[in-house]
Design a protein around this ligand. Structure first.
Ligand SMILES: NC(=O)C1=CN([C@@H]2O[C@H](COP(=O)(O)OP(=O)(O)OC[C@H]3O[C@@H](n4cnc5c(N)ncnc54)[C@H](O)[C@@H]3O)[C@@H](O)[C@H]2O)[C@@H](O)CC1
Ligand SMILES: [K+]
Length: 251
């Protein structure tokens, strides 16, 4: 009788031990995934205004330097394009004048320093560059990254990185910028959108004038509502959310 109870007890202890090992492994592998995937912790969907508030909070209240966030944003796009599925023989980065363009310039600089043939097409009024964009452009020029204001044929590039507009787009894209968007779409070359395909409203998902048609969209911090509603399904392609260090205040 006693030996039966010892047997039952020891079986229970061994069983409990293996269960705890299983649980520990599960937690470990989840943590590993978090690091490897660098994905967000919660599948929160935010508007452009919420994301702008989170950017501001992270930079101004927490004290995270904006340049650090931009560098992480750039590296997260590079990790996606380098992971396979894209031909990096001739890369074109289309950059606007805001911080989305700043991300694009940082992407171009890092690719250039890694030996990739990359060119930047800088569109918009250079006198209106955001502070971060200006800094990134100066760094690009010191590293002799090719930066121009026109392109002969978008079809000469094996992949196009769209960094024209991000969540700061407020009105229709018109004129030369709209022409460029149409030509990029007509080129049928693979496009990776930085944060959101340019021309898509990050809150409503509506096309403002015209919008880039992306194969892949790498969006930062949190999924934007505009990537899930309205015209989004015609423009976003595969959406990847990357943690770049911007967190909601309630995090
Ligand atoms: N705040 C930060 O430090 C960070 C910003 N990031 C990037 O910055 C982006 C947001 O940057 P911005 O707020 O500078 O906005 P955008 O880069 O989206 O551009 C907005 C600029 O374009 C102008 N504009 C808006 N609509 C226009 C139109 N139809 N035609 C012509 N000009 C137009 C605006 O007046 C503004 O100057 C994000 O999407 C993300 O990619 C990331 O680098 C992470 C860090
Ligand atoms: K973009």
């Amino acid at each position: 009788m006693i030996s039966l109870s010892i047997l039952i007890n020891s079986t229970f202890i061994v069983f409990t031990y293996f269960i705890s090992l299983y649980n520990n492994n599960r937690i470990d592998s989840r943590n590993n995934n978090k690091e490897v995937e660098v994905s967000i912790l919660e599948p929160t969907v935010v508007t452009a205004q919420q994301m702008q508030a989170y950017d501001k909070y992270t930079i101004e209240t927490i004290g995270m330097p904006s340049a650090v966030l931009m560098e992480r944003a750039a590296l997260s796009v590079i990790a996606t394009v380098a992971a396979g599925g894209f031909d990096l023989t001739h890369v074109l980065v289309v950059a606007g004048t805001g911080n989305n363009g700043g991300d694009g310039l940082a992407i171009a600089r890092i690719l250039h320093l890694r030996g990739v043939d990359v060119k930047v097409l800088l569109l918009g009024d250079e006198r209106k560059l955001s502070k971060a964009n200006k800094e990134q452009l100066a760094i690009c020029r010191k590293y002799q990254v090719k930066v121009g204001h026109s392109i002969k044929d978008f079809r000469e590039y094996t992949v196009i990185i769209d960094a024209l507009f991000g969540i700061g787009l407020t009105r229709d894209i018109t004129g030369k910028l709209a022409e460029a968007v149409k030509k990029i779409n007509a080129s049928n070359q693979p496009v990776v959108a930085v944060d959101i395909p340019s021309g898509l409203d990050a809150t409503t998902g509506k096309i403002l004038g015209s919008a880039i048609r992306a194969n892949t969209t790498v969006t930062f911090g949190y999924l934007k509502v505009g990537l899930t509603v309205g015209d989004a399904n015609k423009r976003v392609g595969k959406v990847i959310v990357k943690d770049i260090g911007i967190y909601a205040p309630e995090f």
